[in-house]
Design a protein around this ligand. Structure first.
Ligand SMILES: C[S@@+](CC[C@H](N)C(=O)[O-])C[C@H]1O[C@@H](n2cnc3c(N)ncnc32)[C@H](O)[C@@H]1O
Length: 324
């Protein structure tokens, strides 16, 4: 099968960005990707949407990319903006390495980090606005932003990896994206823990992957055709009707777009048996587990999943390590 996706470093090698001090959860290669993509998508007067900003490391790279082309743009930043215990630990670790953590130093779990986010983005305050909500509620929260005729040129997503929330996102923003023009970046696409997101997106024939990162998990997709809110795959409960044929077809698409090593890296190939288990196709899942190369610990995790003994991904995360 041919590999039609390019890695970010094949597109722009030897390219560096100025240092910034925002804490973040993306790799250096992904920072370059956000910048590059924003630059490429820039059209005067356009709207851009980022879902899942945390403390704005990706957001600053988007703003830098857009600003490098002109001044006539607007970015909406959508997030729950709810501080978690685990965020405090991540920020403290990064503070020890010189990143600026004062804006979040006193936050307690459950509090909003929206004001802190705006402080991190003060240089771009005239261009950005925040919307606070859960991804599944985006239709209601962004109702006034998404009037008929509103066009979104770039969509950057790094939030929930769940199927229904992301289906709802595509259903709501889809009619505002332009085929052949809008780029959509999904962080954590190539990561076995996000298997539902991966199968949802590969199940959408109107989306075509065209860029991936060698060191990270992000994938950029182009819109091949208009997204209609009525697409069956974007309706509530569509995961429950995803057939074994649709799963295999989506996986064949993955093999077409990405090099084999990328599907092995980070146990991404575990996504196929996990999706089969999710839908209750246990015989097929067992067969696939027999084909993939996994370490002993990963295999133990997969077998436990198969027999219904594991409900969350903590054991697998411990094996794979946290992302950047
Ligand atoms: C991995 S962090 C984003 C990292 C960021 N892009 C960066 O450059 O560091 C995920 C973000 O998504 C937000 N988030 C997670 N689940 C969400 C949901 N269901 N709805 C809205 N936001 C969500 C979190 O609040 C967090 O800010």
């Amino acid at each position: 099968m041919s590999q039609v996706c390019l890695s970010v470093d094949e597109v722009f090698a030897n390219f560096s960005l100025p240092p910034i001090s925002n804490p973040g959860m993306i790799s250096g290669e992904e920072e370059r990707l956000y910048y590059y993509l924003a630059r490429e998508c820039y059209r005067p007067g356009s709207l851009y949407l980022e879902i899942g900003t945390w403390l704005g490391r990706s957001t600053v790279r988007i703003c830098e990319g857009l600003s490098s082309r002109g001044d006539d743009w607007r970015l909406i930043c959508y997030d729950k903006f709810e501080w978690l215990d685990f965020y405090a630990k991540r920020a403290a670790d990064q503070g020890a390495n010189g990143r600026w953590i004062e804006p979040v130093a006193k936050l307690r779990p459950g509090e909003s980090f929206e004001q802190a986010f705006l402080q991190y983005l003060s240089a771009y305050r005239d261009h950005i606005s925040t919307r606070r909500g859960s991804l599944g509620d985006i239709g209601a929260v962004m109702h006034h932003d998404l009037q008929p005729g509103t066009a979104i040129r770039g969509l950057f997503v790094d939030a929930s990896k769940g199927w229904p929330e992301n289906a709802s996102l595509l259903r709501v923003v889809g009619p505002h994206l332009a085929p052949g023009e809008t780029s959509i970046l999904f962080q954590d696409f190539l990561y076995c823990q996000s298997y539902k997101l991966m199968f949802l997106l590969l199940g959408c024939d109107f989306l075509e992957p065209y860029l991936f990162t060698k060191s990270g998990t992000s994938v950029v997709m182009k819109l091949k055709a208009e997204i209609h809110g009525s697409e069956p795959i974007l309706q509530d409960g569509s995961i429950k009707t995803f057939t074994v044929d649709q799963i295999y077809r989506a996986w064949e698409r993955a093999k077409t777009y990405f090099p084999e090593w990328k599907l092995v890296d980070n146990a991404t190939n575990l996504a196929l048996p996990l999706m089969l288990i999710e839908r209750g196709f246990h015989a097929e899942a067992t067969e696939e587990l027999g084909k993939v190369h996994l370490t002993g610990e990963m295999r133990a995790f997969a077998n436990a999943k198969l027999t219904g003994k594991v409900v969350n991904f903590k054991p697998l995360r411990a094996i794979l390590g946290a992302r950047a």
